[in-house]
Design a protein around this ligand. Structure first.
Ligand SMILES: [Zn+2]
Ligand SMILES: [Zn+2]
Length: 889
């Protein structure tokens, strides 16, 4: 929908769309900007320019229009107390990791907290009406602006003021009245400083007018009245109209403090810490001038580098000031901002990685690391995390208990960055050679090698970071969670009655509603359809095998083999109970392992995905590193302990909003639940998940869980393969058999080794005796040695390598007329060894060569000593005969 068209339409009838009671009561006048034509409402009839174009833009820097001064924490207290005083419920922030929406990784606005997607429709679920919430929102589109512009953050607190106009809530008049009083009464802003600008909002098929409110050119908030749906002109009023007023808490603080940047009043004591390190006074005239220039120009240029150059010129910043003051300050602000975002994201269970939303987190940490090394800083990140958390816990107490987890993750990630530097340097050198890369190339460098443009700038491989880099990267990783649905002829069919959620009979009768190809739809079924990682039931329908079951919206489709019944038939159905029981045990086991992994590893562990089959299953969890053997053992032990405790597995249905309020967003381990009634499966307080699968009644039924394998399958995800129940016992049995076999093999090996040692010893003792006998002319044929005139030959299997060597060597040393040739087996080869005394008349080399060639191998040596061998065992006898004749004649 064209926003301009809608704005034109609405502004042509301001009485209907924009004029609220407040404007009448206070005497606001409606003006059109003499520069841009936009319509705005003001008490100052002299004002002719809209806030974006007016002269007073950003004049609050150094000259705040309020008598009161509130920092970030105090600002929220003011906002909260004002709205609570005016009958609003103050709701705690929702997680920044948006587990309840399929299309978002991170919470980007306060209204997202209350949006639930049902099919193609977005519905609103408010825990209270009206309400106010300090919602931390993560946005990565303007990353290059962070630290530079004075007002862009990677995460900020959106003050969400929301109301549904019914008996409890209110509509436009009261909303604008409240916002005006918040500014003037609570924050002490002079009435004629407040300007309301007419605008519109459109998205997700609905639209409505909005009033943005400004003070001194700074947009503080935007009250959106989501009112219509459909095409402009043919639009209708929504059943559920909603007020979506979002305001930036950081800006509320900034307008009262008038500091050079919004960062100066929103990060708490961390700024002072950082500025002490670089020795800058952030409250100086030159900085006020510089950042006012930046603020004024930022909306007029697309390229941030351009804006920066202009501000440097206009504020009269010298090169020295730029290098010693501006650049380090930008770095400090960046570090403070990015660290704050990482604290929120990691506390809420996200991990830096190279997939999905993890991309942005890794990018931020790398920007922190690159900045630290560029500015050559010695920073204690743990200490900075503590400083941030101590300040933030005033508003967000839940961050307090996660600080050690945040430290652990950042340490591991920073180390990874350090480890990859050598590789990155090589790549950067190549990039330098090739010349300036395009934005797409830069994105590829980051995605495939983790090389940030900050790093490339740091090593002078590029001179500037293109301003479109971050918005492009963020677009790529904003919402790649998508699904495709197969088209089947199911129109007009009634929802299948799911017996597995009732008595769960393994045998039942049903009516065939539809048959197409080998697919059958029944009016009721106890066949569990594939879903939530649980594989489908098998069994039979009317005697035909059921080989697959799938769910399409609310209709369950069975795939048959061998034939199909007729439409209208009443059929008898049987579920394979053993298969189902095994799958069920595996499913409850994934919940148990998820809980035990979280307990052993840390709060960042979430189920990434799961798969539950009959004879095996796997659970993929979010974790930063491969698991050690000891961790695997601990997880398995903790899981089996949960089995031993025989905890009941409870299944209860809740209204979704109630479940979220009661248990938090941990329930969304298996992903988004697109229904209003949530099925909560809980194992005491150890594990509570929204889950549609089948489960055992008590954990003891599982009897045993064995983890068979673990593997880091992608960055930030570890896979646990496991078996449970009877399969686990089989696995243990197999393992034991395998162990025993291994032991036996080991024992055998040992035996052989002992035998060898004994033989060696015996042979060693025998050698001198044999030699003496031979030289004395006595027969040693009984020992398997044939002698003729001191020339000896043996092929006895009693002698090994060691014997031949020692015997031959010693014999010829004692008598130069003696010679020895031995043939023996050594592993797969038959070897020959020949020793000949100088006066024996035997040539060792000749014999060894000849024998080896008979055996299909080769031999070598000289006249005194030679050896060789071959693998052709069929020639063994021939070789022995030949050798014997060669030496004995
Ligand atoms: Zn204007
Ligand atoms: Zn489950």
């Amino acid at each position: 929908m064209d926003k301009k068209e809608i704005l034109k339409e609405f502004s042509s009838d301001p009485d209907r769309y924009y004029k609220v009671e407040l404007f009448e009561q206070q005497g606001f006048v409606r003006k059109s900007c003499s520069k841009c034509g936009r319509f705005f409402w003001t008490l100052n009839s002299e004002r002719n320019l809209c806030p974006d174009d007016a002269e007073d833009t950003y004049s609050f820097i150094g000259d705040p229009p309020t008598s009161k001064r509130f920092d970030y924490t105090q600002s929220w207290k003011e906002v909260e107390s004002f709205f609570v005083k005016n009958n609003h419920t103050s709701v705690s922030r929702y997680p920044v990791v948006c587990r309840w929406r399929d299309d978002l990784y991170f919470t980007i606005a306060s209204i997202v907290d209350f949006q639930r997607v049902m099919g193609s429709k977005v519905v609103f679920e408010f825990p209270a009406n009206p309400l106010v919430v300090p919602q931390t929102c993560l946005r990565f589109k303007d990353l290059e602006n962070v630290g530079v512009t004075g007002r862009h953050f990677s995460s900020f607190c959106m003050i969400g003021q929301h109301s549904i106009p019914n008996s409890e809530g209110y509509w436009k008049d009261q909303c604008v009245d409240l916002d005006y009083r918040l500014l003037t009464e609570q924050f002490g802003i002079k009435k004629d400083e407040v300007v309301f600008v007419e605008d519109v909002w459109a998205g997700g098929g609905s639209f409505g007018p909005s009033l943005e409110y400004f003070v001194k050119g700074l947009e503080l908030g935007n009250a959106v009245f989501t009112e219509f749906q459909g095409e402009l002109g043919r639009h209708t009023t929504l059943d559920q109209r909603v007020i979506d007023m979002g305001a930036g808490l950081e800006r509320f603080s900034w307008i009262t403090m008038g500091t050079p940047t919004a960062y100066d009043c929103c990060f708490g004591p961390i700024n002072e810490k950082l500025f002490n390190i670089i020795g800058i006074d952030s409250d100086s005239e030159i900085l006020r001038k510089y950042f006012t220039e930046i603020a004024k120009e930022i909306d007029h240029y697309d390229d941030l580098n351009e804006v920066r150059r202009l501000a440097i010129k206009n504020a009269g910043i010298s090169d020295d000031q730029l290098n010693k003051m501006i650049t380090p300050m930008e770095g400090m602000y960046l570090i403070a901002d990015h660290l704050r975002t990482l604290i929120f994201a990691i506390s809420d269970g996200a991990l830096p990685s190279n997939v999905g939303g993890g991309y942005n987190l890794r990018m931020m940490l790398r920007r922190i690391n690159a900045t630290i090394s560029k500015l050559n800083l010695k920073l204690d990140i743990d200490d900075l995390i503590d400083t941030h958390t101590d300040y933030l816990k005033n508003t967000y107490p839940e961050l307090d208990e996660k600080r050690d987890d945040v430290k652990a993750i950042l340490k591991i990630e920073s180390q990874r960055y350090e480890d990859s530097k050598v590789h990155m340097k090589k790549k950067a050198d190549k990039i330098k050679e090739k010349g300036t890369p395009t934005v797409d190339e830069l994105i590829t460098f980051y995605e495939s090698d983790g090389i940030t443009p900050e790093y490339l700038k740091e090593v002078n491989a590029i001179s500037e970071i293109p301003s479109s880099f971050y918005s492009k990267l963020s677009d790529l990783h904003q919402s790649d969670k998508k699904k495709t649905i197969a088209e089947l002829p199911l129109e007009g069919l009634a929802e299948t009655e799911t017996l597995f959620y009732q008595d769960d009979p393994m045998g039942f009768n049903a009516k065939v509603l539809k048959v197409f190809d080998d697919m059958v739809v029944l009016d009721r079924t106890s066949f569990y359809a594939r879903g939530g990682g649980q594989e489908p039931d098998h069994g039979s329908i009317a005697g035909f095998s059921v080989i697959d079951v799938d769910k399409h919206a609310n209709i369950i489709v069975h795939k048959l083999k061998g034939g199909v019944p007729k439409e209208g038939d009443n059929v008898s159905c049987k579920v394979d109970a053993t298969r189902r029981s095994n799958i069920t045990k595996n499913h409850t086991s994934t919940h148990i392992l998820n809980a035990s992994s979280r307990g052993v590893l840390g709060s960042w562990v979430w189920q990434h995905s799961a798969f539950k089959e009959d004879d095996h299953a796997r659970l993929d969890i979010t974790h930063h590193s491969s698991l050690t053997d000891s961790q695997v053992k601990q997880i398995e032990d903790a899981a089996n302990n949960m089995i031993k405790q025989n905890y009941p597995v409870n299944i209860e249905y809740f209204d979704r909003g109630t479940a979220e309020q009661k248990y938090g967003f941990r329930i969304y381990q298996g992903g988004v639940v697109p229904v209003k009634a949530v099925r909560i499966v809980s194992i005491e307080d150890k594990d509570i998940e929204a889950c549609g699968g089948t489960h055992v009644k008590k954990t003891g039924e599982i009897e045993l869980i064995k983890i068979t394998k673990t593997k880091r399958i992608q960055d930030g995800v570890v896979r646990l393969e496991f078996v449970s129940g009877p399969t686990a016992f089989e696995y243990v049995k197999e393992q034991q058999a395998e162990d025993e076999k291994q032991k036996e093999l080991e024992a055998n090996k040992e035996k052989i080794e002992i035998q060898r040692k004994e033989n060696k010893q015996k042979a060693r003792e025998k050698i001198p005796v044999l030699i003496e006998k031979i030289l004395a002319g006595e027969s040693v044929e009984s020992e398997g040695i044939f002698v003729k005139d001191k020339l000896c030959f043996t092929a006895s299997p009693d002698y090994d390598d060691f014997f031949h060597q020692n015997f031959g060597k010693k014999l010829v040393a004692k008598d130069s007329k003696a010679a020895f040739c031995g043939i023996f087996e050594s592993g797969p080869t038959i070897r020959v060894m020949v020793y000949a005394g100088a006066e024996s008349g035997i040539n060792s080399g000749k014999i060894a060569k000849e024998i080896a060639s008979i055996l299909g191998g080769s031999g070598g040596g000289d006249a005194k000593f030679a050896q060789g061998g071959g693998k052709d065992t069929s020639k063994k006898d021939e070789a022995i005969a030949k050798a014997k004749s060669m030496i004995l004649g």
